[in-house]
Design a protein around this ligand. Structure first.
Ligand SMILES: [Zn+2]
Length: 285
């Protein structure tokens, strides 16, 4: 398990090839490409332009001896009925397909997606939401098989008084088991689990061998803060022991932009070096 970070520790003013170089220089050998931050830009690109963009990022990773082990795919919004950027479901489907092809260029084995409710209204039936998500993600299986890229579905959290299905590990496990394909697995977001009051041990052990990716982030148990470990209230010994107990083979991948991206650019690299040391400390527990 390597300590890894999402490239979203740098805002868009830093090119992705340069972000790769700086993460590599501060000690990271594994990285996560955050496609989500660029989905608006990608929609303005031709497929050829997107391919050239991805090849430049891949070239930087190869030149600096780092590998992409995860990517955050495009995000559709809080539910399928209210898609981000006013996209229709067909347009969002095409964007997912583009992101999977870009992941293949980057050499990414697992792309993280959000399974969500459909209408977003109170009282939606779990079985209907499960069936919709199974149908939606199953459509990509031929492309997953053609590219060898897998999808890792992430635990989210309830929204105020509305249950957001698949935020409980049992529900997420059922979705993945129903998809029943070796290229469909889970991503455990430690901060979302904490906010949902699911213990790290229960979340990680329930997902077990389905777990292919992680979003490592801390919070106070109330808001979704995306900060570095020990800046919130998660028990990190419990996280690392649970990951080991299920034989997790992926990386310890930070999604902690709020601890780094908000720093002045001149001190971000020091922040990244510290984050890398901190991750290795946790992995030694
Ligand atoms: Zn996450």
């Amino acid at each position: 398990m390597n300590v890894s970070t999402s490239l979203n520790v740098f805002d868009a003013s830093v090119s992705r090839p340069e972000a790769v170089r700086r993460c590599a220089a501060t000690g990271f050998a594994s990285l996560d490409m955050n496609y989500w931050d660029f989905q608006k830009d990608v929609l303005r690109m031709s497929p050829q332009e997107e391919e050239a963009w991805a090849r430049d990022i891949r070239a930087s990773a190869d030149a600096h001896g780092v590998r992409f082990t995860q990517m955050h795919g495009p995000v559709h919004g809080p539910c399928f009925a209210k898609l981000a950027l006013d996209l229709g479901l067909d347009d969002y489907t095409k964007l997912v397909e583009r992101s999977l092809r870009t992941a293949a260029i980057l050499g990414v084995p697992w792309v993280v997606f959000h399974p969500t409710n459909v209408t977003g209204e109170e009282g939606e039936a779990y079985r209907d939401v499960l069936e919709f998500n199974v149908g939606f993600y199953r459509k990509f299986i031929p492309l997953l098989e053609a590219t060898g890229v897998g999808i890792a579905l992430e635990n989210l959290t309830d929204r105020r008084h509305i249950r957001s299905y698949f935020s409980l590990p049992e529900e997420l496990a059922e979705l993945i088991d129903t998809l029943n394909h070796p290229l469909a697995g889970a991503c455990w977001d430690t901060g979302h689990g904490h906010r949902q009051s699911v213990s790290q041990t229960a979340g990680i052990r329930t997902l077990g061998t389905r777990l292919k990716a992680t979003h490592i982030q801390d919070n106070d148990g109330v808001s979704d803060q995306h900060i570095l470990p020990y800046q919130g209230t998660i028990n990190w010994t419990e996280v690392v022991q649970a990951l080991r107990s299920v034989g997790y083979e992926g990386d310890f991948t930070y999604e902690t932009h709020n601890s780094i991206r908000n720093l002045p650019d001149g001190i971000r690299d020091s922040g990244l070096r510290y984050a890398h040391d901190l991750g290795n400390y946790i992995l030694s527990l």
